[in-house]
Design a protein around this ligand. Sequence first.
Ligand SMILES: Nc1ncnc2c1ncn2[C@@H]1O[C@H](COP(=O)(O)OP(=O)(O)O)[C@@H](O)[C@H]1O
Ligand SMILES: Cc1ncc(C[n+]2csc(CCOP(=O)(O)OP(=O)(O)O)c2C)c(N)n1
Ligand SMILES: [Mg+2]
Length: 355
Amino acid sequence: MSAPTVGEASEDELLTEIRAVIDEHNAAAAARAPGRTLLGPGDDCAVLDLTGGRTVLTTDTQTSGQDYLLEWPCGYRTRGFDLGWKSAAQNLADVAAMGAEPVSLVISLTLPPETPVAFVGEMARGYAAAVLALGAPGCSIAGGDLGSGGELSATVAALGLTRGEPVRRSGAREGASSRRRDRGPSGGRAGSAAGARTPPGSVRGDGDGALPRRRAGRPGGLPARPCPPLALGPAMAAAGARAMIDVSDGLLRDGGRVARASGVAIDLREEPLNALVDPLREAARRLGADPWEWVLGGGEDHGILACFPQGAPLPEGVVAIGSCRTLKQGAPPVSIEGRAREDLGWDHFAAEDRL
Ligand SMILES: Nc1ncnc2c1ncn2[C@@H]1O[C@H](COP(=O)(O)OP(=O)(O)O)[C@@H](O)[C@H]1O
Ligand SMILES: Cc1ncc(C[n+]2csc(CCOP(=O)(O)OP(=O)(O)O)c2C)c(N)n1
Ligand SMILES: [Mg+2]
């Protein structure tokens, strides 16, 4: 007998599958952050107490074919756990990049009828696991929505609280140095997600060219399970960061967003970037790809790019990668050792069959 699918289940049965996981998570989260989530799933709305700071709110969607593939070119099959993890992580990263601590998530799922019920339960486990593993153990999963549809998609909204003022993209000033925390708790580095997406179709024919399937599909679990360094968001804010962004669309593109919003030019140094490129060289060689393109243009690593006043003490693990200069007319918003680089990065609406 084949595994039961969503099309054979009722909404209540699916909710029971999800609630089994998240109710347990929420009980633990409530013990760690008492008084924040006053009412979780089960009513028309959740009830939160967000007094004591500024509230930040964000949402992001993972859509099959656009943000993930059920089967990657390397043969790796996306698990429900991966999809849950990634859609939580991507939102938690946005909260952290404002300098906030995550308080709660709501989750809306569109499920094609052929989706296995077990996949949905796995997604719930992925949400709860990401929240815990990435360092937001007090964050509740306060509710969501279920619907049927042609494409499997997951939309998460996340709420967070700051201690001081949220850190926006627009606060960078000349002379500030720009630094990037590139390593997540389990080792996600800039460029790794892009490297993992690169299809082995582009492998060079040098005999053992292709990475073993396991490694090609999951260097550090990416891009299936990105590991944004959540705790560094509030830590960088407390250390005086003037501008922050999570790198979802690529270092150049997201750096350009900070530069433009702040009215500065960001000049990156080659030496610290080399430290990000080096571990990717071998994988890139085998795939016939340019590791610099992964580091500069690859998205979905969700490290945090921040600009600090010169001389500000940096939280541990933060690496200085450049500085903010005067923005000159006609000059690129982001350069490397003063040289312009081709504009690399992810744009949903410009992408054509490009992983
Ligand atoms: N994917 C989900 N994850 C977590 N909770 C969910 C999910 N879908 C629905 N819920 C929760 O289950 C309860 C019932 O959902 P629903 O029937 O969609 O409510 P309503 O009809 O009031 O919109 C709500 O409290 C909702 O937050
Ligand atoms: C099937 C597939 N194609 C392409 C990509 C690459 N990709 C999709 S979205 C994205 C950037 C991040 O997504 P976005 O929704 O822009 O996140 P946000 O900037 O809103 O945080 C990248 C690099 C992918 N992950 N999966
Ligand atoms: Mg963001």
